[in-house]
Design a protein around this ligand. Structure first.
Ligand code: SAM
Length: 285
């Protein structure tokens, strides 16, 4: 399969067949960490219209279609999903940027019951505006938004913050911020939802392991993914986009950072992890 180029899009992660394989693996690894479930919000009634923003391979869209067979489901991404989600009678795929489908009137205000987004950490540069857009699309009184995302903080297995011990991570966070990204968005979602006007905001966190954690077997697949299963290509693209494209570093420095990142990744102590957060709230009447 030909590699898919990012083109002019502002997404700071890879778009490639290898990345698609990683994303589907990641989906199953995340389900295991989250107690064998993907969707967490309690919905007041079965939804009739659902939106999956940044659907990636389409793996969550498939789950939504199966769980809510009578709902109309719209999935959006810059790139086409690898799963043929449009073969399902209740799914429509829109290729492009989320905000553009609001601007052109394709997505109508107050028309959705449930809006889901996961891992847009490298794609959204203004979460305040993003959360307001979602708020406007939801039905008043019952509409639910569920956002799932990472924070690039780092914890040891005792739960102590050890972020400052990893200078390359600190450098990535600084360069991401310079591009307008919020790499702590998972932690900030309760505030983003509250500020946008959501009520009954709930928040749960799960360990996204960067190193194996023998006492927490449910994290095994995520640790495997980071250590051995396709995350290296992801990291190299992100380093290129956040540091390389900034123009601040020479090619020699970039090589040093990339090698340093891989050494750091291998040397993470047992149970080193980041918080993966699930946040949901209801649009009031
Ligand atoms: C890390 S992937 C996650 C995919 C999927 N949500 C999942 O959890 O498996 C992020 C996806 O968001 C898409 N994306 C990022 N910014 C976007 C935007 N503004 N509009 C539409 N899609 C976007 C990217 O193209 C990418 O496929």
């Amino acid at each position: 399969m030909a590699e898919i180029q990012n083109g002019q899009h502002e997404y700071n992660g890879p778009h490639s067949s290898e990345e698609n394989t990683r994303l589907d693996f990641q989906h199953n690894a995340l389900r295991t960490v989250m107690g064998n479930k993907t969707l967490h919000a309690t919905l007041p009634s079965p939804p009739t219209k659902i939106l999956d923003i940044g659907c990636g391979t389409g793996v969550v869209t498939l789950e939504l279609a199966e769980k809510f067979p009578s709902a109309e489901i719209i999935a959006i991404d810059i790139i086409k999903p690898i799963h043929p989600i449009e073969k399902l009678k209740n799914v429509r795929f829109l290729q492009g940027k989320f905000a553009d489908f609001i601007a052109d009137g394709t997505l109508q205000p107050a028309s959705f019951d449930y809006i889901f987004s996961r891992l847009l950490i490298l794609g959204i540069t203004d979460w305040k505006a993003q959360t307001s857009r979602v708020f406007n699309l939801l039905r008043p009184g019952t509409g639910i938004y569920e956002a799932q995302d990472l924070s690039w903080n780092i914890f040891d297995k005792e739960g102590q913050v050890v972020f400052d011990q990893f200078p390359i991570f600190v450098l990535m966070v600084e360069n991401a911020a310079a591009k307008g990204l919020d790499t702590f968005c998972g932690d900030h979602h309760p505030k983003y939802l509250g500020d946008a006007g959501f009520e009954d905001v709930q928040h749960e966190s799960f360990p996204w392991t960067l190193q194996y954690w023998p006492e927490r077997p449910e994290t095994y697949a995520l640790s495997y993914m980071f250590q051995e299963g396709g995350s290296k290509a992801f990291r190299m693209t992100v380093l290129d986009k956040l540091l390389g494209e900034s123009g601040r570093y020479t090619s020699e420095q970039m090589e040093t950072y990339k090698a340093g990142f891989e050494k750091m990744a291998q040397d993470f102590p047992e149970g080193t992890h980041q918080p993966f957060s699930v946040t949901w709230g209801r649009k009031p009447a």
